[in-house]
Design a protein around this ligand. Structure first.
Ligand code: KIV
Length: 271
């Protein structure tokens, strides 16, 4: 293998193979080439240029002010640091309001080095997912505590707690898969619900605050390093810097804990 990491570069079809083979995936957010390079060396499988950058890099209260230009800039930076990990980029607030807008933004991200575009929600987003996938843009869906819905939710609150909300999430998960999504991020939902959705789908799920039985886990870089981003720290956040001993060690410790199933434990999950 002639990548600097010596590992085979991830491709979109490998996501489904990983699920079929029971290989858990470790994903982190990154916003620049230096951290991305360290993640690549540490064996992180998937790297996301998340619109969380609005909160952890730009110091804002929500992800809503993040622009397509912001994500395109950080995607180009992160891409230069990766040789093996698969790069995903977030469609920021309203960049996916119409299929045409989403295609314009996603095209910029793919041209900057991303392999997939991620978008939040189902509903009218199903049409957007279909439109992108038909035009060769692989899509990662994102359901549950979708941060771009913070105004409707009235805060960053765990979703899917009652039976009606749980069955709605099940239906949405099935619908994004049927629309053509290749991956699904489940955020801020009870562990049992995420486990049920994961078992019901052919596409892999990546959890964040969604319990241990997803097909992979994602954390925001700053949370994993224990940095105070000025926001309330959610229950699922774990600082891996202490046990890892260095930044790259923290990434390795996270990847190992995801693969051996020790993260997240009950203390970092919602019942
Ligand atoms: O924006 C982001 O970083 C995300 C992850 C938390 C999944 O969407």
């Amino acid at each position: 293998m002639d990548t600097p990491t010596g590992r085979k570069p991830w491709t979109v079809p490998m996501l489904a193979e990983a699920k079929r083979g029971g290989r858990r995936m470790a994903m982190l957010t990154a916003y620049d080439a230096g951290f991305a390079r360290a993640m690549d060396r540490a064996g992180i499988d998937l790297v996301l240029v998340g619109d969380s950058l609005g909160m952890v890099v730009q110091g804002r209260d929500s992800t809503l002010p993040v622009t397509v230009d912001d994500i395109a800039y950080h995607t180009a930076c992160v891409s230069r640091g990766l040789s093996s990990a698969l790069l995903l980029s977030d469609l920021p607030f309203q960049a996916d309001a119409t299929p045409a807008r989403a295609l314009d933004a996603a095209t910029r991200f793919l041209q900057a080095g991303a392999a997939m575009a991620k978008l939040e929600g189902a509903g009218h987003k199903l049409e957007v997912i279909r439109y992108l996938v038909e035009r060769e843009v692989p899509v990662c869906a994102h359901l549950g505590l979708t941060p771009q819905s913070v105004l409707r939710f009235g805060g960053f609150k765990v979703q899917g707690r009652d039976d009606a909300a749980a069955s709605r999430l099940h239906e949405e998960a099935r619908a994004v898969q049927d629309a053509g999504a290749s991956l699904l991020v489940l955020e801020g939902v009870p562990s049992a619900l995420a486990a049920g959705i994961t078992a019901a789908l052919d596409i892999p799920t990546i959890g964040i605050g969604a319990g241990p039985r997803c097909d992979g886990q994602v954390l925001v870089l700053h949370d994993l390093l224990g940095l105070d981003s000025g926001h309330r720290r959610p229950k699922f956040v774990k600082d891996f810097l202490g046990e890892g001993g260095s930044v790259e060690g923290a990434f390795r410790a996270f990847a190992e804990a995801v693969r051996n199933g020790s993260f997240p434990d009950a203390a970092h999950s919602y019942e």
